[in-house]
Design a protein around this ligand. Sequence first.
Ligand code: FES
Length: 174
Amino acid sequence: MKDEIKKTEESRRNFIMKLSLGVGGIAAFAVSIPVIGALLAPLLGKEEVDWVTVGAANDFKPGTVTLVTFQNPDPKAFAGVTANTASWLRKDLNNNFIAFAVNCSHLGCPVRWEATANLFMCPCHGGVYYHDGTVASGPPPRALSQYRVRINKGYVQIQTGPIPITNLRASRTR
Ligand code: FES
């Protein structure tokens, strides 16, 4: 009788151990799928960047800065309105475009363009940027980031991605 109870207990323990290992293995596999996908994406050429059209080049007046909105190139199903983003698009007097990220380089608050002052202003901690995105004053450690811009068949396109390219110009040049 004692042997039978011992055997039953052992078999129950074995079953619970195998069940725990199986469930743990499935959970570990499920968690690792997105990590493996993110690691392999660059090798497979699956970068989450794309060119998005934000308007006809002739619709932007030289010497102006315009807020353009667009959707992230790879919005997640659950993203909702957070899939939308924006850029401050500047067209200079020579018809060149620069697309600034809307986020302050300090802590990421959205900056606004003050046309009368010719400055970008951050409402959070008083960061100020010149019209070319370089820092004028306040806590921002560097210039506004920029997206790559191109003209394609008369339309302005911005190359979007998970993170805007870093502006390598010195931030406090003035
Ligand atoms: S987030 Fe813009 S100044 Fe701090």
